[in-house]
Design a protein around this ligand. Structure first.
Ligand SMILES: C[S@@+](CC[C@H](N)C(=O)[O-])C[C@H]1O[C@@H](n2cnc3c(N)ncnc32)[C@H](O)[C@@H]1O
Length: 152
C-alpha cells in the first residue's frame, strides 16, 4: 500500500474472497486507480509475462502449497532486473514475541504450515535463472524473520 502512495501501480494478488473484500475497502484510502485487487495466488498470478518491476510479499510464504510453481510464476511475471523481497515472520523462533501463542494455537488447531527454508527458497530462485538470490534468518522490526532477496 505504501508503494501506491509513492506512485507505483500496485497489483495485490489474494486468493481469499474475504481478504480481497478487505483490500478492496482499504484501497479507497489510496490514490484512485493505483491498486488493483486480483483473484490469484503466488502459484498462479493473473498477471502478464515480464510485466512486474518489484514483487513483495509478507507472511504468505508459509501458505504456499507448491513452492516450485510459485518460483516459476515469480520468474514468469518479473521483468529482467526486477527485484523480489519475500519475508515471513519466524513464529517458530523462541525469541519471537508471539512464539508461545503460536505453539498454543498450533496445538489447538493441529494445523502445521509448511516449514519455510529461506536458503532453500533462494537456491530454487537461482536455479530458476535469477541473477542473484539470497535467503537468511535475520531480524526486522525487532522480530525474527525469514528473508529472501533476489534480482531477476
Ligand atoms: C498471514 S496473512 C498475511 C497478510 C498480510 N500480508 C500481512 O502481513 O498482514 C496471509 C495471507 O496470504 C494469503 N495467501 C494464502 N495462500 C496464498 C498463496 N498461495 N499465495 C499468495 N497469498 C496467499 C492469505 O489468504 C492471507 O491473506
Amino acid at each position: 500500500m505504501e508503494a501506491a502512495n509513492r506512485g507505483a501501480q500496485v497489483l495485490a494478488v489474494e486468493p481469499m474472497p474475504f481478504m480481497r473484500m478487505v483490500l478492496g475497502l482499504r484501497r479507497l484510502w489510496y490514490p484512485r486507480g493505483r491498486i488493483s485487487v486480483l483473484n490469484g495466488a503466488t502459484e498462479a498470478m493473473p498477471v502478464g509475462d515480464a510485466s512486474v518491476d518489484v514483487l513483495l510479499t509478507v507472511n504468505t510464504l508459509h501458505h504456499w502449497t507448491d513452492r516450485d510453481a510459485a518460483v516459476r510464476e515469480i520468474a514468469r511475471v518479473l521483468k529482467p532486473g526486477a527485484r523480489v523481497l519475500l519475508l515471513d515472520e519466524d513464529f517458530g523462533d523462541p525469541s519471537h514475541p508471539e512464539h508461545e501463542e503460536f505453539l498454543a494455537r498450533r496445538r489447538r488447531s493441529g494445523l502445521v504450515f509448511d516449514a519455510v527454508d529461506p536458503e532453500a527458497l533462494a537456491r530454487a530462485l537461482t536455479q530458476a535463472g535469477f541473477a542473484h538470490a539470497e535467503g537468511s534468518r535475520t531480524r526486522f522490526a525487532e522480530r525474527p524473520v525469514k528473508l529472501i532477496r533476489a534480482t531477476r
